[in-house]
Write a protein that binds this ligand. Structure first.
Ligand code: E4P
Length: 223
């Protein structure tokens, strides 16, 4: 499974990258706004060390505006994936981007039918927002195995990025369902490594190590 990091915080991306956990990055306007720095400056800095796809979102809502932004954003870096919202104008832009060789990530997807439309339009990636479905009382993860099945039925090449991840169980279930990618916030990634039995085990091994008597000088044999 590929891990994308769901943040615009360069330091957090760098840490995850140094641990071998970064196959790509997803940003959105809300994540960028948290950083208090320029959008392009952040994207260029991320691209200086992340070689996988970096999602950059358009803010236009009409086809022409989306295409203008998509072409511009795509010129910023070599590994851009242009995030385009799930609307008819958005899907038209996705189709056009595919024709022009621009990678896309269809965002704000909440149903298997929307996922089907994204794949038909020629999206490179499609992001179902699991946590936001949970927030409104649906089990967000329920749509992931269905999307995996639909894409497999017809051999669509669009990759599923499970997004809006809130906790480690989301990642585990996304992996179990066979999603290609999970885009993981740094705090969730941190929680994934932790297990109380790991901590207890390390403490016990360290305590027992101190009980080992100092090594005797090895006896010399022969010669
Ligand atoms: C990533 O592509 C999405 O923009 C992000 O996962 C949304 O997460 P949120 O629902 O926590 O804002």
């Amino acid at each position: 499974m590929k891990f994308f990091i769901d943040t615009a915080n360069v330091q957090a991306i760098r840490e995850a990258h140094d641990r071998g956990m970064v196959d790509g990055v997803t940003t959105n306007p809300s994540l960028v706004a948290k950083e208090g720095r320029g959008f392009k400056e952040i994207v260029l800095e991320i691209a200086s060390f992340v070689k996988g796809p970096i999602s950059i979102e358009v803010v236009a809502t009409d086809y022409e505006g989306m295409m203008r932004e998509a072409r511009d954003l795509n010129g910023w870096i070599d590994n851009a994936a242009i995030k385009i919202p799930m609307t008819w104008d958005g899907l038209k832009a996705v189709r056009k981007c595919a024709d022009e060789g621009i990678k896309t990530n269809v965002t704000l997807c909440f149903s298997p039918n929307q996922a089907l439309l994204a794949a038909k339009a020629g999206a490179t990636f499609m992001s179902p927002f699991i946590g936001r479905l949970d927030d409104v009382g649906h089990v967000g993860m329920d749509i992931i195995p269905d999307i995996v099945q639909i894409y497999s039925n017809y051999g669509y090449k669009t990759e599923i990025i499970v997004a809006s991840i809130r906790h480690p169980v989301h990642v585990y279930e996304a992996a179990l369902a066979g999603a290609h990618i999970a885009t993981i916030p740094p705090d969730v990634l941190d929680k994934m490594v932790k297990h109380p039995l790991t901590d207890v085990g390390i403490e016990k091994f360290l305590a027992d190590y101190k009980k080992i008597p100092p090594a005797a000088e090895p006896k010399k044999h022969g010669r």
